[in-house]
Ligand binder design. Structure first.
Ligand code: UT7
Length: 367
């Protein structure tokens, strides 16, 4: 049975920064309150023209470059997102087209902020089963497009960004060891974006009522999060036959520093075991764990051989944790330039559309 190694990683965040002081000009809040209650100082916001898929493409190509893997070698792309470009087609398919991953199946996964853990586990299981060799997992969000900028309960929290992992099969032990995934739909109403689905299709009324914005019962989500973070970490460790002492780094969902501190207390671990960067990005939902991981790897904190726990929670309610040994890129021959596939991908996409157009004319004549 092959192991599923994390062999490539990449992240991207929009250039535009929104500080707490900027927010204090938009709603009744202030830098001190936001820093003390959340730990967040600033977040990144997409500019016009940027989308969830465009952020996902950037992160994906960086991850493929680290793995030295061609997009055409990918068997599967999973994009975990709560803010897709469209309800359908899947954002994963848009990314597949833009990076020229011609052989890959692609789908979106919606488990809110736990989505990256769910997606990494799904890709790892597909590799472990032997049905695929190479997978790309992306967490990408443009939450700023769904935030009510008049609601101080939510607009201070969220930011935009994307992160990606490449997972590859190898006979060498390592990679993803275990994962646990949980849900409790009875808490679905605590964090919602209620408009635009089949329950509340877009109408003038839904827009008027602000149903296309994120709504949250912050206190309840907070209480739930502090309960499940330590619990899920311990479960994933048990299922891998590992102990906390063997773990070098915990990479938690970056929602609120007080939630991470509560998890540290619950696990009786010092805060310096936790990777934290929410002060600079805020809560980027599915992108928060890969962005934190990539930064820690690039800073030299996470090294080959380190044992990690990724742990998160989110709307649904969902929560989960995943244990892994960090290995790094697998040995490969030659140098691959995945960025070039972006251009090739665009040409290919254009040609395929043209062929479809011509086929359409021919078939219409035949009918
Ligand atoms: O990925 C999952 C996403 N969700 C989360 O992780 C959210 C989890 N929840 C939280 O992080 C916290 O509950 C919040 C940061 C959202 C709120 O912190 P809190 O400590 O639970 O504050 P609170 O809602 O209890 O509000 C305390 C006070 C209230 O005033 P009164 O009623 O005590 O006078 C609020 O009206 O702070 C007030 N307040 C604010 N003041 C300044 C609420 N939001 C703000 C604000 N600026 N932005």
């Amino acid at each position: 049975m092959p192991y599923a190694h994390i062999t490539g990683w990449g992240m991207t965040a929009p250039e535009s920064i929104l500080t707490n002081d900027d927010l204090s000009k938009m709603v009744e809040t202030n830098d001190e309150w936001i820093r003390e209650r959340t730990g967040i100082r600033e977040r990144r916001i997409v500019s016009d023209g940027q989308t969830t898929s465009s952020l996902g493409v950037d992160a994906a190509l960086k991850a493929l470059t680290v793995a030295n893997l061609r997009p055409t070698d990918l068997d599967l792309i999973i994009c975990a997102t709560s803010t897709p470009d469209y309800i359908f087609p899947a954002t994963a398919c848009l990314i597949q087209d833009q990076i020229g991953a011609t052989r890959a199946g692609a789908f979106d996964l919606l488990a809110a902020c736990s989505g990256f853990i769910y997606a990494t586990n799904m890709a790892a299981q597909a590799i472990r089963s032997g049905s695929i060799r190479n997978a790309l997992v992306i967490g990408a969000e443009t939450l700023s497009r769904f935030v009510n900028w008049k609601d101080r309960n939510t607009c201070i929290l969220f930011g935009d960004g994307a992160g990606a992992f490449v997972l590859q099969a190898s006979e060498r032990p390592g990679g993803v060891y275990s994962a646990v995934m949980h849900s409790d739909g009875s808490g679905g109403d605590l964090l919602t974006l209620a408009g635009g689905g089949s329950a509340n299709p877009a109408t003038e009324a839904t827009i008027h009522e602000g149903k296309h914005f994120i709504e949250m019962d912050g206190k309840e989500v907070f209480r739930f999060a502090t309960r499940v973070m330590a619990q899920a970490t311990n479960e994933a460790l048990d299922s891998a036959g590992m102990t906390l002492e063997q773990v070098q780094w915990i990479i938690p969902h970056q929602a609120n520093i007080r939630i991470i501190e509560a998890a540290a207390r619950g696990l009786k671990l010092p805060m310096d075991k936790f990777v934290v960067n929410l002060d600079r990005y805020g809560n980027t939902s599915t992108a928060s764990i890969p962005i934190a991981t990539v930064e820690a790897v690039e800073k030299g904190q996470i090294k080959s051989g380190d044992k990690l726990v990724l742990v998160g929670f989110g709307a649904g309610l969902t929560w989960g944790a995943l244990t892994a040994e960090w290995t790094g890129p697998l040995p490969s021959k030659g140098h691959v330039y995945p960025q070039q596939y972006r251009v090739l991908g665009r040409v290919r996409s254009f040609v395929r559309r043209a062929i479809r157009f011509i086929e359409g004319i021919i078939f219409r004549r035949e009918l």
